[in-house]
Design a protein around this ligand. Structure first.
Ligand SMILES: C[S@@+](CC[C@H](N)C(=O)[O-])C[C@H]1O[C@@H](n2cnc3c(N)ncnc32)[C@H](O)[C@@H]1O
Length: 362
């Protein structure tokens, strides 16, 4: 660490937090130097001159140890140039676990790559590598431990909720957080479909098929609480169900939110609900592979005005296939439907997307 004279902004202590936020937002805070507090003032290192009511002066500040900013940067002295080109810099984080994809040719250096990531991301505690793809009914994926704390359980934060899960025992994708919030916002803004009187906006009964560790249930319950009458989630994987129950408690949604999670097969559980006369205002079907196989069950617990969110993986030129699948099942069940929207909610492979078709049962 050295000392160097650089451009700073001199801010009274009382304004320090406000100015720091603005500097960060404008990408003008120079992170290579240590902020200095002297008497009643704070001196923030800045990158460029700008118009401000505060004094801009040169000041001696301590330099900070340079941390590499990117994974490639951190691996410069560890991998050869050819190897560096093969490093995939995009990775998912679930809680404090980073999930890398590493090409076969680089596997002999996988521990070094994982340790380099731990060095640049202080918030990451464990690094694993994907082994294979999502498999079987539970859609789970094998993960190989590489570095950091040797565990696969973590707590992930998104959309004002916390989700506890084991990344190997349960399906969970952090990339769907926007989609989960989209649905919660639809619940929040939906007006009663039966009543024109806005004051008597109806609360919704919601069914989440394939509920996993309950991310949709928790995000909707937390962010649209006042618009919910009840939520039922159905999940076949006992581990997913176990974490789902835990997550309802973790987010304090077990008092008065009327969420029920069922550990079972949608094919067997829905006929029981239908027999009891249960009908839902909104049904989510987040199983993009073969969701159409479960559409008859969704229709069996639908009523006039039910909104169904149907997920699929499709090539961008074949989005209409999803509409045909929906129409075919509706025709067979003698139900009419109205397509409301097709939403792209993630990329699966080049030009192939995870889509959601929102449609209304008429
Ligand atoms: C793609 S994952 C989605 C999980 C969760 N909704 C999420 O977004 O994280 C699909 C889930 O459906 C469950 N599943 C598959 N077939 C099922 C069935 N017949 N009945 C109930 N759940 C099922 C799997 O175990 C898996 O957890």
């Amino acid at each position: 660490m050295g000392v160097i004279k650089i451009l700073t902004i001199k801010v009274p202590l009382k304004d320090a937090n406000k100015v720091k936020t603005i500097l960060i937002r404008n990408e003008n805070l120079d992170n290579s130097y240590k902020t200095l507090k002297e008497g009643l003032f704070v001196y923030f290192p800045v990158k460029t001159l700008f118009k401000t009511k505060y004094e801009l002066i040169n000041k001696e500040l301590e330099t900070l140890e340079h941390l590499p900013h990117s994974l490639k940067d951190a691996l410069k002295n560890i991998l050869t140039k050819d190897e560096l080109e093969k490093v995939k810099t995009a990775y998912d984080c679930i809680g404090d676990i980073a999930i890398l994809e590493i090409d076969r040719e680089l596997r002999k250096k996988e521990k070094e790559i994982a340790n380099a990531l731990l060095n640049i991301r202080r918030d990451i505690k464990t690094v694993v590598r994907k082994e294979g793809s999502h498999e079987g009914t539970f859609r789970v994926q094998k993960m190989k431990y590489l570095a950091g704390e040797n565990r696969k359980e973590t707590i992930h934060k998104e959309n004002n909720i916390r989700l506890k899960l084991d990344i190997e025992k349960v399906y969970f994708s952090p990339r769907l957080s926007l989609e989960r919030m989209r649905i919660a916002e639809l619940v929040n803004t939906s007006k009663s479909r039966e009543s024109k009187n806005k004051k008597s906006e109806k609360k919704e009964d919601i069914l989440v098929m394939f509920s996993g560790c309950a991310p949709y249930c928790c995000v909707i319950a937390k962010n649209a609480a006042e618009k919910i009458n009840s939520i039922i989630g159905i999940e076949i994987n006992p581990e997913g169900h176990k974490y789902g129950i835990e997550n309802i408690k973790l987010n304090k949604l077990d008092n008065g939110c009327n969420i029920n999670l069922i550990n079972g097969d949608v094919k067997k559980e829905i006929p029981k609900l239908a027999k009891m006369g249960k009908r839902f205002d909104r049904i989510l079907m987040p199983l993009p592979k073969h969701a159409e196989d479960f559409l008859p069950e969704a229709l069996a617990v639908s009523k006039k005005g039910t909104i169904i969110h149907f997920y699929d993986f499709l090539h961008e030129e074949k989005f209409n296939d999803a509409l045909e699948k929906i129409k075919k099942v509706c025709d067979k069940a003698k139900k009419k439907c109205r397509i409301l929207k097709i939403v792209k909610c993630g990329q699966h492979s080049p030009r192939t997307f995870r889509i959601c078709v929102d449609f209304e049962v008429m």
